[in-house]
Design a protein around this ligand. Structure first.
Ligand code: SF4
Length: 319
């Protein structure tokens, strides 16, 4: 991983107007960078805004406020040529490979679609060769090209999803829960494939997951999201050995340990529900579920602050 910042997100907000006067604050003032060649894990419960964040980063959604720069250029205001280049450079792999692949298209056509759009200069033979190469890279073979998505297993379909993203030679891939719909036995294979591709192709990933045990195996740094905001951000090692935010501690304590005799500290049970992003609490958004809540937490929202090198936390316990 290099020190070069590839993606710079500052005070990003993405709000959805549900109906007149009702606003859903899906992403609320989020800031972080992703370095070239890095895997940045974004974790949190369902509905915390992580997928919306990934969609803004790939320009599927436009931001409401703030700044998202790719290689120094603001993605929302890119000129036509840069926008076209960016579309190639930033790809997405989706959670449900079956739903994201057109059931009426063959695997070859699915992978070839992007090649046709972004490399119109290639002859059909060159395009076929590229599809065959990609199938090989993701661990399938040329025979799979003529098959349809329903003829493949879940793991094979996700490999096709990866090949489709790779077909346009991207630099950055948002992996949105790419293994959570797969059997546990297949999950490690897909993570290993993503790691191998990162090494050989120099890819940068945003790896989105609701499960801290999944991001552990692939991420260099991890941001923990709660109700639209990042509450803790640090390196992989530091998060699992020295989590500080009460929410992160609760998530880590709920990771199952194969040998119960190794269990330290015990499980921290999260009480209550995540508040609605339509009407988030005034102070700390986690206050209603936090066993360490103080008076200040109910009125003042804690800022995300660096409390040791590379370790940021949004909690009044550390202010
Ligand atoms: Fe808990 Fe207060 Fe920290 Fe929020 S700011 S996590 S309520 S201690």
């Amino acid at each position: 991983m290099s020190q070069k910042v590839l993606i710079e997100i500052k005070n990003l907000k993405k709000y959805f107007n549900i109906k007149k006067g009702v606003v859903l604050k899906a992403v609320d003032n989020v800031s972080f960078n992703i370095h070239k060649g890095e895997t940045f894990g974004l974790v949190g419960e369902s509905g915390c805004g992580k997928t919306t964040c990934g969609r803004v980063l790939t320009n599927i959604y436009s931001k409401t406020e703030g700044s998202v720069k790719y290689d120094g250029k603001e993605i929302g205001t890119m000129q036509k040529v840069d926008k076209r280049k960016f579309k190639k450079k930033a790809q997405m792999i989706f959670q449900d490979p079956y739903a994201s692949l057109d059931p009426r298209m063959t695997i070859g056509d699915i992978i070839g679609e992007g090649i046709e759009v972004h490399f119109p200069e290639l002859s059909s033979k060159e395009r076929e060769d590229k599809i065959t190469d990609l199938l090989k890279v993701i661990g399938l073979n040329s025979e799979h090209s003529a098959r349809f998505p329903h003829e493949l297993s879940g793991g094979q379909r996700q490999r096709v999803g990866i090949a489709r993203a790779l077909a346009v030679n991207p630099e950055f891939i948002v992996c949105d829960e790419p293994i959570s719909a797969l059997d546990v036995s297949i999950q490690a294979q897909i993570v290993n494939l993503l790691k191998k591709l990162q090494k050989t192709l120099g890819l940068t990933y945003l790896f989105i997951s609701h499960d801290l045990s999944m991001v552990k195996h692939i991420s260099d740094r991890i941001g923990v999201m709660y109700l639209g905001s990042i509450v803790e951000l640090t390196t992989n090692e530091s998060l699992y050995s020295n989590a500080l935010h009460p929410y992160t501690k609760a998530l880590i304590s709920s990771i199952p340990i194969p040998d119960p005799t190794m269990e330290k500290g015990g499980r921290i049970k999260l009480e209550g529900e995540v508040p609605s992003p339509i009407n988030p609490p005034k102070g700390c958004k986690f206050a209603g579920r936090c066993s360490e809540c103080m008076d200040i937490c109910k009125t003042e929202a804690p800022e995300l602050k660096e409390i040791e090198v590379g370790h940021q936390v949004a909690c009044h316990l550390y202010n």
